[in-house]
Design a protein around this ligand. Structure first.
Ligand code: PLP
Length: 426
């Protein structure tokens, strides 16, 4: 499908029905698949032949949707997970083990911050959080001999910092490690991080990809570009025999698909976190209309950002699509078609005013969500980021009065009218 444009790929990639076959991706709601001989089944267990045997490892519905997303990002392969959190964890755990270290942008989503700063730490994997805007010389200081990966978000949730992907790819590659980018907010419609040097892309598919708040899911996409063999000692999980698969060496057997095959055959086998085929079907419905929705989200959010920016009660607005925003130049480079539908802003009267404003909204709902079709709002310091202390909040770009507004695809005049009446109460 590589010649088609993204709108076409969103509809057609990953599944091509044969004559008389279902036009929509069939839902293979089956845990298992039957074989005529024991030998055939055995070969599947040894990764010697391709085929389905148990849905925790692979399922045809899931694989069609994964193949579509791989094509949208321009990758060689992808694996779907049961949540974005699982995708983030697997993307790192596939190449990190106890004693290793990760360099991560400090503005990442609160769940990612916690995963790296607390939970992965318990597994012996350390993280250093860096200011994504710091100069290269400063960022270089975060690396250690045991650093295995660099992690960042194209557009950070909720600080809306735009990552300088080329800069991050350079520091990662100078230190001989891959750059992993969470591309959830931008989506491949607005940015394809592989084109700027990223090696692995992750998503919470729960957000714009699904777009209707119908399923929780994640995906990891491999560009196939990182040369694991070149740093064989460092990435020994990929370049040395895997005893749990009779000594298979992923880089030798699977070449550019080594990383994603290991994630499937080892991590999914041992840790699970597979999405249900039904959820993959729902995700695919969302993907079909993603380009249209993303365009509308960006249009509506630009109007809302302009409105808020000129409102007397608003102290400041973060939206990289807004001329004058700190990240506008980076957005023009990496996100020329638009950024996303999420805006964050602060009211002059701070936290209490934020609460009054949110409680006064009628159309927009207070929801722990972003990036679906309906406008919603959240107070990060009290909700998604409430586990952080004040210092961590500041590093993440979250001030106590910050409001995160996920602009939906309703008529923008209705959204603006709702904001207007709620701001009167703030
Ligand atoms: N990455 C980003 C940028 C997110 O915003 C989120 C959730 O909000 C996640 C990852 C985690 O995804 P999920 O909620 O699907 O586990």
């Amino acid at each position: 499908m590589s010649d088609y444009r993204i709108e076409t790929k969103c509809l057609h990639s990953g599944y091509t029905p044969g004559n008389g076959e279902p036009r929509q991706i069939p839902i293979y709601q089956s845990t298992t698949f039957k074989y005529d001989t024991s030998e055939e089944m055995g070969k599947l267990f040894d990764l010697e032949s391709n085929g389905y045997f148990y849905t925790r490892l692979q399922n045809p519905t899931n694989d069609s949707v994964a193949a579509k997303i791989a094509d949208l990002e321009g990758g060689v392969g992808a694996i779907l997970t049961s949540s974005g959190q699982a995708a983030t964890f697997y993307s790192l755990f596939n190449i990190c083990e106890a004693g290793d270290h990760v360099v991560c942008s400090s503005t990442v989503y609160g769940g990612t911050f916690n995963l790296l700063g607390v939970t992965m730490k318990k597994l012996g994997i350390d993280a250093t959080f860096v200011d994504p805007d710091a100069p290269i010389e400063e960022l270089n200081k975060a690396f250690r001999p045991n650093t295995k990966a660099v992690f960042g978000e194209t557009i950070a949730n909720p600080a809306l910092v735009v990552l300088d992907i080329e800069k991050f790819a350079k520091i990662a590659h100078d230190h001989e490690v891959p750059l992993i980018v969470d591309n959830t907010f931008a989506t491949p419609v607005n940015c394809r991080p592989f084109e700027w040097g990223a090696d692995i892309v992750t998503h919470s598919t729960t957000k714009y990809m699904d777009g209707h708040a119908a399923q929780v899911g994640g995906v990891i996409v491999d560009s196939g570009n990182f040369d694991w063999s070149k740093y064989g000692d460092k990435y020994h999980g990929l370049t040395r025999p895997d005893e749990s698969y009779h000594g298979i060496v992923y880089t030798e057997r699977f070449g550019k698909l080594a990383y994603i095959t290991k994630a499937t055959s080892q991590l999914m086998r041992d840790l699970g976190s597979i999405p249900s085929p039904m959820n993959c079907f729902l995700l695919n419905l969302g993907l079909e209309s993603m380009p249209l929705r993303v365009e509308r989200h960006c249009y509506n959010a630009s109007k809302v950002a302009e409105y808020l920016n000129s409102h007397e009660k608003v102290a400041h607005v973060n939206y990289a699509g807004l001329p004058g925003d700190k990240y506008h130049e980076l957005a023009k480079k990496y996100l020329p078609k638009g950024t996303c539908g999420v805006i964050s802003f602060e009211l002059k009267d701070g936290r209490e005013a934020a609460v009054r404003f949110m409680d006064g909204l009628k159309l927009a709902s207070i929801a722990t969500h972003v990036a679906d079709a309906k406008t919603c709002v959240l107070h990060p310091a009290s909700h998604t980021h409430r586990q952080m202390n004040d210092e961590q909040l500041a590093e993440a770009g979250v001030s106590p009065g910050l409001i995160r507004l996920s602009v939906g695809i309703e008529n923008v005049e209705d959204i603006l009218a709702d904001l207007e009446q709620a701001l009167k109460l703030a």
